[in-house]
Design a protein around this ligand. Structure first.
Ligand SMILES: [Zn+2]
Length: 167
């Protein structure tokens, strides 16, 4: 999936987290930002990705150590991040947001023909029975749908009020 699709899924994750935890404005902005960053983070192993370009050095090191779509796309990686965040006593709304952001990335990549090494270091590629090409029509439509979903989640109370007003 493209960075855009991952970021829009992160945006939706952030919007849902805000809705669920009923956070205030400052925390909400941080939640959405963290959600988008974590939804892109697993591709840090990919030097050409949006996040990889920004952190080229780390990106190259991780890639040399593990290769693309292996460690950073595994249950092991997500668990390590979760454990670290838990250890530094990250508030639940941030912790859950980051974990869901990371998982959203892995799940989306499981929809691509290459799949992911979900069980790293066990070297098997795991993917869903249905797959879509990165940059293809489904990928682009997915990005749009996820973004709309995110905005709808954020503004659904206003939206509902508006509809009720019309009826
Ligand atoms: Zn990826």
């Amino acid at each position: 999936m493209t960075g855009k699709t991952h970021a829009s899924c992160g945006f939706l994750v952030g919007a849902l987290a805000i809705e669920y935890y009923e956070t205030d404005l400052f925390i909400s902005v941080t939640v959405v930002t963290l959600a988008i960053i974590s939804s892109l983070l697993p591709d840090i192993c990919h030097a050409q990705s949006r996040i990889g370009r920004r952190f080229k050095f780390i990106s190259i090191i991780i890639r040399l150590l593990f290769g693309h779509r292996t460690f950073t796309h595994s249950i092991l990686f997500v668990s390590i991040i979760a454990a670290l965040l838990y250890m530094i006593q990250t508030p639940n709304y941030y912790l859950i947001t980051i974990i869901c952001g990371l998982l959203s990335h892995v799940i989306l990549d499981m929809l691509t023909p290459r799949g992911v090494k979900l069980l790293y270091p066990i070297p098997i590629s795991i993917k869903f029975p249905v797959q879509f090409k990165t940059g293809g029509l489904v990928d682009l439509s997915l990005a749009t749908a996820l973004t709309i979903g995110g905005f709808y989640t954020l503004f659904q109370s206003y939206f509902n009020n508006f509809i009720n007003h019309l009826l």
